[in-house]
Design a protein around this ligand. Structure first.
Ligand code: SF4
Length: 457
């Protein structure tokens, strides 16, 4: 289990705050000039793609190299210098390293898991499109990423070839023909590894479809290659509004000044940013790390959106947690930080079932007929809650009848089920305070029941 680690240090800053760690640009790439370092094409060209390059930068035991090399025959590696500089070379359990560097466990688990765990191919009417929900589609426009994440759900499509223009035109044509589609997620691979001109052309074709309302881009580039987010890209993107960007951050150490700058540029282009993290063993599987990540994102104006349970893609078993571990993390967030900082924990159901929200149990008991619920709060305290006055018309008649029997009681002014002379419902009643029932205004079945608070089942 990883701890939160340093926040916001950047590749150089992390090195500064962790004086003895061997990491940062100055450690790995002392010869790189500022112009090179800040040029995303230089970063992309200088990605670490084979083990021979990697062992010169990060110590890898001699005895593990053959297995790790074998892993790369199956699923490629690509680590931009910027992202590599976040790795502490002396920590074999570094959370950034675990995401990007092939481990021997990946070899051990190579035959376990699915090639296509979400059944995307099954729901693909034309190559590159996954149409699972009625009103939205996934559109894969790239087979390439800046960094190749070892747990990637779509590792099956990651090969060198770019997606041909003809294939992209067929995807656009499908969306244009399918009038129920109002929302498209442009993904990959990473769409922001495409040239600005190519992306502009694809977004322009999508924007020309009258029934398409929303375009979303899924990307990890602000995390792994933030230099790619520049003024030219943002100027192009803002021509295609309404456009949303979902970014994929997993660890607070990814929330660097460089990433913050990239997110700021996108935000200033009017693009709402949401994050989609993946729950990963040894990376972010603790409350402290997840909370630090969400707080780091909030500071960059990135809204926590989803935390995905890691998909059972082949070769990733060592990175998967149990659902109980995920629930414990969500428990540790709810009530312990602002609601805005709490993403929805989801499992993508196998074979194409879609996203299923997974929540700790806060609604312990619910009787719809009685309009009664038993709730548990973040401290584990139990509350009895009445959702509404059960039948206000019936109540009105009863009160009117009682008034006739006792004419001195005066008129009953019942304006709504929650108002008038009837006490408001006990919205959240602390079972611990049962000895002190609220004052009852007006005698009603409902008010009477409010006094008869019961213990939680
Ligand atoms: S950036 Fe996304 S698509 Fe690319 S390897 Fe990572 S998880 Fe997969």
């Amino acid at each position: 289990m990883s701890d939160a680690g340093g926040l916001g240090g950047g590749a150089g800053g992390v090195a500064a705050t962790r004086a003895r760690a061997r990491l940062g640009r100055a450690h790995y790439f002392p010869e790189a000039t500022d112009a090179e370092w800040n040029d995303w094409k230089w970063q992309f060209r200088h990605r670490i793609t084979d083990l021979e390059q990697l062992v010169k930068l990060i110590p890898i035991p001699e005895g593990e190299r053959a297995l790790r090399r074998e892993v790369l025959r199956d699923f490629r590696m690509g680590i931009p210098p910027y992202y590599l500089a976040l790795i502490d070379a002396d920590d074999p359990d570094d959370p950034i390293l675990r995401q990007a560097v092939p481990l021997t466990e990946e070899y051990a688990w190579r035959d376990v898991g699915d090639e296509d765990p979400l059944g995307e191919e099954k729901y693909s009417p034309v190559p590159g499109i996954t149409h699972r929900y009625p009103d939205r589609v996934l559109m894969v426009i790239s087979n390439s990423c800046a960094v190749y994440c070892r747990y990637c759900t779509r590792k099956r499509i990651m090969y060198e070839d770019a997606v041909p223009d003809m294939e992209i035109d067929r995807m656009v044509d499908y969306i244009a023909r399918t009038k129920t589609v109002r929302d498209v997620v442009v993904s990959g691979g990473d769409p922001l590894t495409c040239s600005t001109a190519k992306l502009d052309s694809i977004l322009g074709k999508l924007r020309a479809i009258p029934h398409l309302e929303i375009i979303r881009i899924g990307t990890r580039v602000p995390v792994s290659l933030p230099q790619r987010i520049d003024a030219e890209l943002c100027a192009m993107l803002q021509e295609h509004h309404p456009l949303w960007v979902n970014v994929h951050f997993n660890h607070p150490r990814e929330c660097t000044p460089e990433a913050a700058r990239a997110c700021d540029l996108l935000s200033r282009a009017g693009i709402p940013l949401n994050t989609q993290a993946v729950l990963l063993k040894g990376v972010n599987d603790s409350v402290g790390t997840m909370k630090a990540l969400m707080h780091g994102l909030m500071k960059m104006r990135v809204r926590p959106y989803y935390v995905y349970h890691c998909d059972p893609v082949r070769g990733s078993e060592h990175m998967r947690t149990t659902i109980a571990e995920g629930l414990a993390i969500m428990e540790g967030l709810r009530g312990h930080t602002s609601g805005l900082a709490i993403p929805q924990y989801v499992i993508d159901a196998p074979g194409g079932g879609g996203k299923v929200p997974i929540n700790p149990y806060y609604l312990l008991h619910y009787e719809p007929a009685q309009h009664r619920a038993i709730l548990r709060n973040y401290q584990g305290r139990i509350f009895e809650y009445y959702e509404q006055v059960p039948d206000s018309e019936l109540l009105r008649r009863k009160l009117a009848a009682e008034q006739q029997l006792a004419p001195s009681a005066g008129p009953v002014a019942l304006t709504s089920s929650h108002g008038g002379s009837v006490a408001p419902p006990p919205a959240a009643q602390d079972v611990a305070s049962l000895a002190a029932p609220p004052p009852v205004v007006g005698k009603s079945t409902w008010a009477h029941r409010g006094r008869q608070r019961r213990d939680a089942p």
